[in-house]
Design a protein around this ligand. Structure first.
Ligand code: MN
Length: 293
């Protein structure tokens, strides 16, 4: 079965040492194999402590981030592009030092509503920077997951088909597609064809409900999505992602548009999500074994 992970923001709003300890303890207790740490603010992160803490709990780690409007590699402005490139290089260093194998997310733009589509120059800038960053990441044994994000949170790419073209342009072995069911539900025609189109270029997954709350308490057709994963024999990590202002800090809540809360008990949510994903993975595997596709 695929390694299952959970986003640290289910447990704590920052990644200072006490929060990483809490997140690691809870992640383990809820039955997950790895923790995803967002690197959007690493000022409080003690990398050595985090690495040791994760190891003590027998957990793997993945890292994720988006960029910012003033540090954005999809900009036309070379100074803004350079600031974005610097954030990516720093994140590669931190992710590698933590022992991560994946650095994922909206690595190509800010995470927010843009007023215009990406320009030809901005797109080319993002491709060029990511080609360089991928080379550096590769030397650290790190892959880059290009998360497909909805139109209200990026202007660079909103579908798996666009992500595949973007990755073709980058042309690096260690760059792959990162799909998120929450975003797919907004942008894709269905939840099956994008998975089949990605095939072995799908490298990371976020599982989120349409409202980003309890899995199974919304409208996403998870059965067909997990069946599609089984059809391409997806072996990579699957991370549950959910946000509530019960945990997430006010600034980040605004970035993520967390205007109302779907939950307050992170442990109940996490255990429920883990059981939901395992049940879907088992059902899809048994079905494909039985009927062949
Ligand atoms: Mn996501």
């Amino acid at each position: 079965m695929n390694p299952l992970g959970i986003h640290a923001l289910v447990w704590a709003g920052d990644i200072e040492p006490s929060s990483v300890e809490l997140a690691a303890r809870q992640t383990r207790a809820a039955g997950y194999q790895f923790l995803e740490l967002s690197l959007h603010d690493t000022t409080q992160l003690d990398v050595d402590h985090a690495r040791t803490t994760l190891a003590e709990h027998g957990l793997g780690v993945a890292c994720s981030r988006g960029l910012a409007f003033d540090a954005d590699i999809s900009s036309d402005d070379p100074a803004v592009v350079e600031r974005g490139a610097r954030l990516l290089r720093e994140s590669v260093d931190v992710a590698a030092a933590l022992g991560a194998r994946n650095l994922c997310g909206a690595l190509y733009s800010a995470l927010g509503k843009y007023a215009q589509p990406v320009t030809r120059q901005g797109y080319a800038n993002a491709v060029d920077v990511l080609r360089e960053v991928a080379e550096e990441a590769g030397r650290c044994g790190l892959g880059l997951g290009i998360e497909v994000v909805n139109r209200y949170e990026t202007h660079v790419l909103n579908t798996a088909a666009q992500a595949l073209r973007f990755i073709d342009a980058i042309g690096a072995e260690n760059v792959y597609v990162h799909l998120d069911t929450y975003h797919m539900n907004i942008e894709e025609t269905d939840l099956v064809q994008p998975v089949l189109d990605c095939g072995d270029r799908l490298g990371y997954i976020h599982i989120g409900e349409n409202h980003r709350g309890y899995l199974g308490a919304g409208s996403i057709a998870f059965g067909s999505f997990f069946h599609a994963l089984q059809r391409i024999d997806y072996r990579g990590g699957i991370t549950f992602e959910s946000f509530s202002s019960a945990v997430v800090m006010p600034g980040l809540c605004s970035d993520l548009a967390v205007w109302r809360n779907l939950w307050s008990d992170g442990m109940d949510l996490a255990v429920s999500a883990r059981a939901f994903m395992q049940s879907h993975l088992r059902a899809a595997a048994a079905t494909v074994r039985q009927v062949g596709s």
